[in-house]
Design a protein around this ligand. Structure first.
Ligand code: SAM
Length: 275
């Protein structure tokens, strides 16, 4: 079978099953089966699949049809222009989270140290340390997530120290910048999440307590002990989280500003610690 035919058949199968972006997904999975870049599919449409390539492709299609996100099959997701290793132990970094990076670069372009709380794949800590030429400390409760994050920092040559602890409880030095994309899905929404998310992404990365703001309320008092006076706290928030997160910020927080993602949802809140 040629690549062209394999691509068409795979994309038809995915479309019939209602998988979003069937053509793009078939391309990703076929390129992964060949261990080649996507461009190869179009520069060599007459390439005949070997038995091994065909078996790999079939298995990946089956996994995707059963709900596994394509990124957990290919084990990679791009974030802010860099490839990140992902595994089912980490949340797949989302494009919306790049707004946290943009806000950080805007308000703290001279930060030389930063802290990322709940680092997952390390997407924020690694990206910001590279963009700011800063050193980073990143925490997570999940040992398996930290192993993935460490591999990403190593592969991308990012100076990040990783620490397994509850939020930032093990730290006692100060930072000019703290970022966090904590779990923020309210418990009642977990059962109605897309099955790709609900059944495959780690619930430790999703569940934000009853109303989705529990973790923010725990991070803020810790951030007050860990930020330099005048330092910035930047949170990603859920689409219904703005009020609850603002409520966690007491009078010692100023310059509080919400920014919106491309779909128009409140996505990031930044605040300055002004004790
Ligand atoms: C929404 S994910 C964000 C991952 C990554 N920062 C990103 O933006 O793609 C939240 C992360 O927080 C971690 N986490 C959840 N509860 C935690 C806690 N109490 N202490 C430390 N990390 C925690 C999860 O394991 C998960 O990796």
């Amino acid at each position: 079978m040629t690549l062209q035919t394999a691509l068409r058949q795979g994309s038809d199968l995915l479309a019939q099953a209602g998988v979003p972006d069937p053509r793009l997904t078939a391309e990703l999975l076929l390129a992964h089966a060949l261990r080649r870049q996507k461009i190869y599919l179009y520069s060599h449409p007459e390439h005949q699949l070997s038995t091994v390539e065909w078996i790999h492709y079939g298995r990946y299609l089956h996994q995707r049809l059963s709900g596994t996100p394509a990124q957990y099959i290919t084990r990679t997701q791009e974030f802010y222009g860099r490839p990140f290793l992902v595994s089912p132990a980490v949340l797949i970094p989302r494009p919306e989270t790049e707004h946290v990076v943009e806000q950080a670069l805007q308000v703290a372009p001279h930060a030389r140290r930063l802290l990322d709380i709940g680092t997952g794949s390390g997407a924020l800590a690694v990206t910001l340390s590279l963009e700011l030429h800063a050193s980073a400390v990143a925490t997570d409760l999940s040992f398996d997530a930290l192993q993935v994050a460490r591999r990403n920092a190593h592969a991308l040559h990012a100076p990040v120290d990783f620490l397994r602890c509850d939020l930032a409880s093990a730290l006692n030095t100060r930072f000019p910048l703290i970022v966090s994309n904590p779990p923020y899905i309210p418990a009642r929404e977990i059962p109605v999440l897309q099955r790709e998310v609900r059944d495959h992404e780690p619930h430790l990365a999703l569940l934000g307590g009853d109303d989705g703001t529990e973790i923010y309320h725990r991070i803020v008092p810790q951030a007050e002990k860990l930020l330099d006076p005048g330092g910035w706290l930047i949170f990603e928030i859920g689409y219904q989280g703005e009020q609850g997160v603002r409520a966690a910020l007491g009078p010692q927080w100023t310059d509080i500003q919400t920014s919106y993602d491309l779909a128009g949802w409140p996505r990031v809140i930044r605040a300055r610690y002004t004790p």
